[in-house]
Design a protein around this ligand. Structure first.
Ligand code: NAP
Length: 297
């Protein structure tokens, strides 16, 4: 199997490269930066490509592309987020017109104004979002499904594991005097996704034949307080989550729309965010494990 991976210098793309090379696949890894450490890519060949700038002039011949590259931030400059996440996805599609596209999307495409309760794939995209990241991920999904050749869209939520660039660093950044302020009450359920399981799902999707949209998460949701304590403990930090009712934080979020406790963050932590993964299990052959900390390697 010949595979191209975008976003290979990132958390998810690196895990996909390592899983694919371990399976004996021939992998071309793409990132934006000029160079990358081959060990992080499982020894895959590396090429630099800014997907927002243009299509690839000389794409390698591959059977499938796992498209992980994205501006993965809820507070980024909107123009840059749209450039990478939508225009960049267009450039990926036109660079590889004749092969299977596995688009790594996000559970952020579900309605941020309502709890996500064992959501099924048809419940998203919706017409309203709280930030450019979610809106651009939704637009990119629509594009991939409209023009891709047997495309697969994967929607993970709260990805954790070795090399995490997003969730754990963000939590650690927000620790003050041994406390982490968290919107809500800590009792709501959340679907977490081990990065190794997501990488396996990407390979299953790349190998085919199933096409369509699939939620990807660990086998069962967990209470968010349990997840936060586990994540922080696995990083070796002693931190106590301190819960603040969402109603008290809402006025602050209105004044500071890009602050640490913005409306998107409140929407992610204060209400249930769980995914139904039946479609991935039944049609992709995805076999998730439970959420454990530290994450399985
Ligand atoms: N982490 C999560 O919890 C989570 C949850 C749901 C969905 N996702 C999705 O999973 C995918 C991967 O996320 P991640 O956590 O691995 O993010 P990440 O660690 O920040 O990696 C982002 C990757 O995208 C590349 N990239 C960014 N802008 C680019 C551009 N203009 N041209 C080419 N490459 C560019 C980066 O390359 P350089 O580093 O070389 O600049 C990097 O390889 C994203 O699509 C994200 O939406 C992640």
């Amino acid at each position: 199997m010949r595979l191209a991976v975008t976003g290979a210098t990132g958390f998810v793309g690196g895990a996909v490269c390592r899983a694919a090379t371990a399976a004996g696949w021939a992998v071309t890894a793409f990132g934006r930066r000029a160079t990358a450490d081959g060990r992080d890519l499982g020894g895959a060949a590396y090429r630099s490509w800014d997907i927002g700038a243009a299509k690839l002039a000389d794409p390698p011949e591959v059977d499938a592309v796992v498209h992980c590259a994205a501006s993965a931030t809820d507070t980024g400059v909107a123009a840059e987020v749209w450039r990478t996440n939508l225009l960049g996805t267009h450039h990926v599609l036109v660079s590889f017109p004749d092969c299977r596209i596995v688009h790594v999307s996000s559970a952020s495409v579900y309605d941020p104004f309502r709890p996500t309760v064992r959501a099924k794939e048809h419940e998203a995209p919706v017409s309203r979002y709280l930030n450019a990241y979610a809106a651009a991920k939704a637009a990119a999904e629509r594009l991939v499904l409209a023009v891709g050749d047997h495309p697969v869209v994967l929607r993970p939520h709260a990805v954790y594991g070795t090399g995490d660039t997003t969730l754990l660093p963000r939590l650690l950044e927000n620790v003050r005097a041994g406390r982490l302020l968290v919107p809500g009450n800590g009792r709501v359920l959340v679907s977490m996704t081990a990065v190794t399981a997501l990488a396996r799902a990407c390979l299953l999707a790349a190998a085919g034949p199933a096409a369509g949209v699939f939620n990807i998460a660990d086998s069962e949701p967990v209470p968010i307080d349990w997840a936060l304590r586990g994540l922080l403990a696995s990083a070796g930090v002693s931190v106590r989550p301190a819960y603040v009712p969402a109603a008290l934080l809402a006025p602050v979020a209105r004044v500071f729309p890009k602050g640490r406790l913005n409306r998107y963050v409140i929407s992610q932590f204060a209400v249930e965010r769980t995914l139904d993964i039946t479609a991935a299990v039944d049609r992709l052959g995805y076999r998730p494990g439970p959420t454990v900390f530290p994450a399985r390697s």
